[in-house]
Each structure stands twice: as structure tokens, then as C-alpha cells.
Design a protein around this ligand. Structure first.
Ligand code: AR6
Length: 178
């Protein structure tokens, strides 16, 4: 069961699943700064999109931590992939939370600049990059909510959490933030 809330004209939804199956205009990848692929959701997205995705990302000159870049989706159902580079977690370093917020902000700005109406996010940095799910959920949700309070073009922002546990953490955080 998905959780939904409405913020201005936009539905913010939390669901459990595999983001490579999403039919939103764009899915966001939890990439690294080389943009040349990797494990986790990055590996799954590259496998599902096919080798043309790597051909495009390898032309982009990488991407800074906290920033994002858009490519086509190739064999994915989503038309575009927004490759966001989250921070590697370090406890008690305020820079990492700024960088995590920035990836969500930049991804939403890029989606808006390309007139997209729907976008799906994974829980960036919470796998191989080690960000605790509780902390990441709070930063991610706060950033998306504050963006949607000021921008109305997007119709749907969906978090696709890989596990039931991750979904529960996001649901609990969201209920405290609204
Ligand atoms: N759909 C949705 N979420 C997923 C999927 C999926 N198919 N697969 C994993 N997750 P991670 P990071 C969740 O490690 O921490 C790569 O090597 C996973 O459970 O994919 O940002 C990159 O190239 C976790 O909650 O990304 C980078 O080097 C979340 O996605 C590095 O990993 C993010 O886990 C990035 O690490």
C-alpha cells in the first residue's frame, strides 16, 4: 500500500518496490561522481536501461557530489534518468546533510527545467554510501516538501523504497513532518 499526501498541485507518494520498473517521466539514480555505473540501484538501472546508457553517461565528464545530470532512459519505462550523486556518510559532519539535500534539490530543479511532471527517487546514499535511513529520510522528505511548497509544475513525486523497513522509516518521518 502506498502512502500519499498532496502539497499544492503535487502528490507526494511513498511506496515499496524496484525503481527500475517505474513509469514516471524520470527516475533518479544514486550514482557516483564518475557516472560510469556501479552496484546497488546504479547497477540495476544500467542493466535495465542497456549499454546505451553508459555510452551517454561516459560523455558527461562526471558529476560533483550534491549535483545531478539528466540522460535518456533507453530501455527503461521512464523516459529519463536523473543521475544524482549523494555523499558518502560521515557521522557528525554537517557537510554530508547539505550534500544530500542538494542532490534532491538539483534533481527536482532539473526535472522542472525539462518540463517533467513525474519523478521517482530511491533513498539516495542509504546503501553503499552508508547514510542511516532515519537521518536520510528526514533530510530527503524535508527537501522535497519545501521544494513542492514553492513549485507546482510536478504532479507526482514518488519515493520508491527497496525494503519494507525503509518504507516504514519514511512513512514515520513523513507523518511527523506534515
Ligand atoms: N530500487 C529501489 N531502491 C533500490 C534498488 C532498486 N532496484 N536497489 C537498491 N536500492 P545504493 P548509495 C536501495 O547502494 O548508497 C553504487 O555503486 C538501497 O536499498 O544503490 O547512494 C553507486 O555507483 C538503498 O536504500 O546507493 C555509488 O558508487 C538505496 O537504494 C554508490 O553505490 C541506495 O543504495 C552509491 O551509494
Amino acid at each position: 500500500m502506498a502512502t500519499q499526501i498532496q502539497i499544492n498541485q503535487t502528490i507526494l507518494e511513498l511506496t515499496q518496490g524496484d525503481i527500475t520498473q517505474e513509469e514516471t517521466d524520470a527516475i533518479v539514480n544514486a550514482a557516483n561522481s564518475s557516472l560510469l555505473g556501479g552496484g546497488g540501484v546504479d547497477g540495476a538501472i544500467h542493466r535495465a536501461a542497456g549499454s546505451q546508457l553508459l555510452a551517454e553517461t561516459s560523455q558527461l565528464g562526471g558529476c560533483k557530489t550534491g549535483d545531478a545530470k539528466l540522460t535518456k532512459g533507453y530501455r527503461l519505462k521512464a523516459k529519463y534518468v536523473i543521475h544524482g550523486v549523494g555523499p558518502i556518510y560521515r557521522a557528525k559532519d554537517p557537510h554530508v546533510s547539505k550534500m544530500l539535500a542538494s542532490v534532491y534539490q538539483r534533481s527536482l530543479e532539473i526535472a522542472t527545467a525539462h518540463q517533467l511532471v513525474s519523478i521517482a527517487f530511491p533513498a539516495i546514499s542509504t546503501g553503499i554510501y552508508g547514510y542511516p535511513m532515519q537521518e536520510a529520510a528526514e533530510i530527503s522528505l524535508k527537501t522535497v516538501i519545501s521544494f513542492l511548497e514553492n513549485n507546482t509544475q510536478l504532479k507526482l513525486v514518488r519515493f520508491v523504497l527497496f525494503t519494507d523497513d525503509a518504507l516504514r522509516v519514511f512513512e514515520e518521518k513523513l507523518s511527523r513532518l506534515i
